[in-house]
Design a protein around this ligand. Structure first.
Ligand code: PMP
Length: 388
C-alpha cells in the first residue's frame, strides 16, 4: 500500500484512489468494513441453493410461534447468544424479520393497545436513531404516533419507549429515561450490543430485545433481524405483523444466516482457531484501529470534537477496553453552526445531520464501518480542515 504523509501534521494516512473533489458517502451505516473478514473465510461460508429447495412459505409451524422460521435458525440464534453472553435466551420466544427495521415496527404494533381512544406515544431519548420517527409516522397509524424526545416527555399518558444501547448515533450505553406516572412499555434495540462495538458487561434480560444480522456480522444485504420476546402474546402479535407485511422471511436468507452464524460460533467452540481468525476479535481489532487513527486526528482538530468513552470490563474478551462504536458523533466547534453543511461544502463528506437525530445542527453522524478508502480519505480531509 502506498503511504502518503499528511503535510499539516506529519502523520501517515494511507493514500486512496479518491480524488479531492469526490464526495465521500458516509451518511449511511453500510457495514462493508466486515467484507474483508468474510473474504478470508472463502468457501467455508458459502452456500449452494438448488432450484427445488425451500419453496414453501413454512418453516416450523408445528413447534414455533414464529411459524416461518427454520428450526436451525432458532438454534443458531440461541447458540450465538450463548457464545457471546450478551443476552438471555432462556424462556424467550424468537421472532425473525426482514431486518430489525421490520421487527421494530412489528414490536410497536404488538405493544400498542388494539383499540385506543387515541394513538399511543412512541418515544426515544435524543439523539435517537434517525429512522424511528419516520417508521412510526409514515402510515399515520391510529394505533401509535411519534412522541419525540423521551427525556422531555411530561404527559401522564401510556407510552412506548425505545432504548437503543449502545446508542445510534453516539455509542452511549443507555437505560430508560421517561419519568411519567403513566404506564410505559419498553423496546430495547440492541443492534450494537456485540463485542466488536462495545464491552459485553452483562447478559441483557429485557422483555423485548431487537438484534440485527446487519450490524452483528455485517450482512446487511441479507435483510435479517431477530427479536427475543418474553411474552408469548407479544411474540404472536409480532409474528402476525410480519405475516401481514411479508408472509415471513426469505428462506435463502435464513439459510445464509445459519451458515454465517455457524462459522462465527465454530471458531469459538472448536479448539485450535487463531485469535485473528475469530470474527469478533478480528472485527474489534479493525474498528479499534480506526478509532485510534481517528482520535489522533480529532485531538488536534480545531474544528471538530468527539466525546470520549469510558473503559469497561468485557466478559466476552476478558479484558477492559473502550467501546469502538459504528458511528462517529461529530461536534463542530465554535464558529461552525451547521456541521453537516460544513462537512459537505468544505470537506466533501456526506454525513447525517444532527437534526435527524432530534438534536441541533452542531452535530453530525459519520459512518465508521464503510470501506478503508472512504475512511482514510475522510481522515485525511479532517486532518486538513482549518478553522476559518
Ligand atoms: N436499529 C438500529 C439502532 C440501527 O442502527 C439499524 C440499522 N442502521 C437498525 C435498527 C435496522 O437494522 P436492519 O438493517 O436489520 O433493518
Amino acid at each position: 500500500m502506498v503511504v502518503a504523509t499528511d503535510k499539516s501534521n506529519g502523520r501517515s494516512i494511507p493514500a486512496t484512489n479518491i480524488s479531492p473533489n469526490t464526495i465521500i458517502e458516509l451518511e449511511k451505516g453500510d457495514p462493508v468494513v466486515f467484507e474483508k473478514y468474510w473474504r478470508k473465510r472463502g468457501e467455508e461460508c458459502s452456500i449452494v441453493i438448488r432450484g427445488w429447495e425451500m419453496m414453501s412459505y413454512h418453516g416450523d409451524a408445528k413447534n414455533n410461534v414464529c411459524w416461518y422460521m427454520l428450526p436451525e435458525v432458532e438454534r443458531s440464534i440461541r447458540r450465538l447468544h450463548h457464545v457471546v453472553g450478551n443476552a438471555v435466551t432462556h424462556d424467550r420466544y424468537i421472532v425473525v424479520g426482514t431486518g430489525a427495521t421490520q421487527l421494530f415496527q412489528a414490536a410497536v404494533f404488538a405493544l400498542s393497545p388494539s383499540h385506543p381512544s387515541k394513538p399511543i406515544n412512541v418515544l426515544a431519548a435524543a439523539p435517537f436513531y434517525s429512522e424511528y420517527q419516520d417508521e412510526i409516522s409514515i402510515l399515520r397509524s391510529g394505533l401509535y404516533q411519534w412522541g419525540g424526545d423521551a427525556a422531555s416527555y411530561k404527559k401522564n399518558e401510556p407510552y412506548i419507549e425505545v432504548i437503543t444501547s449502545p446508542n445510534n448515533p453516539d455509542g452511549i450505553i443507555r437505560g430508560p429515561v421517561v419519568k411519567s406516572e403513566a404506564k410505559g412499555k419498553l423496546i430495547h434495540d440492541l443492534a450494537y450490543y456485540w463485542p466488536h462495538y462495545t464491552p459485553i458487561t452483562h447478559q441483557a434480560d429485557h422483555d423485548l430485545m431487537l438484534f440485527t444480522f446487519s450490524k452483528c456480522t455485517g450482512h446487511a444485504g441479507s435483510r435479517f433481524g431477530w427479536a427475543l420476546v418474553k411474552d408469548i402474546e407479544v411474540a404472536k402479535k409480532m409474528t402476525r405483523y410480519v405475516q401481514l407485511s411479508s408472509i415471513g422471511v426469505s428462506k435463502e436468507t435464513q439459510t445464509r444466516v445459519v451458515k454465517i452464524i455457524g462459522v462465527v460460533c465454530d471458531g469459538y467452540q472448536n479448539f485450535g482457531s487463531m485469535e485473528s481468525e475469530l470474527f469478533f476479535e478480528y472485527s474489534k481489532h479493525l474498528l479499534r484501529e480506526r478509532w485510534e487513527k481517528l482520535w489522533a486526528v480529532i485531538d488536534e482538530s480545531k474544528v471538530f470534537s468527539v466525546a470520549k468513552y469510558p473503559k469497561a470490563f468485557c466478559n466476552f474478551t476478558n479484558e477492559s477496553s473502550e467501546p469502538s462504536p459504528g458511528f462517529i458523533w461529530l461536534k463542530c466547534e465554535e464558529g461552525v453552526e451547521d456541521c453537516e453543511s460544513y462537512l459537505l461544502e468544505k470537506l466533501k463528506v456526506r454525513a447525517r445531520a444532527g437534526k435527524r437525530f432530534g438534536v441541533d445542527s452542531k452535530y453530525a453522524r459519520i459512518s465508521m464501518i464503510g470501506t478503508d478508502d472512504d475512511f482514510n480519505e475522510f481522515l485525511r480531509r479532517v486532518s486538513n480542515a482549518k478553522k476559518e
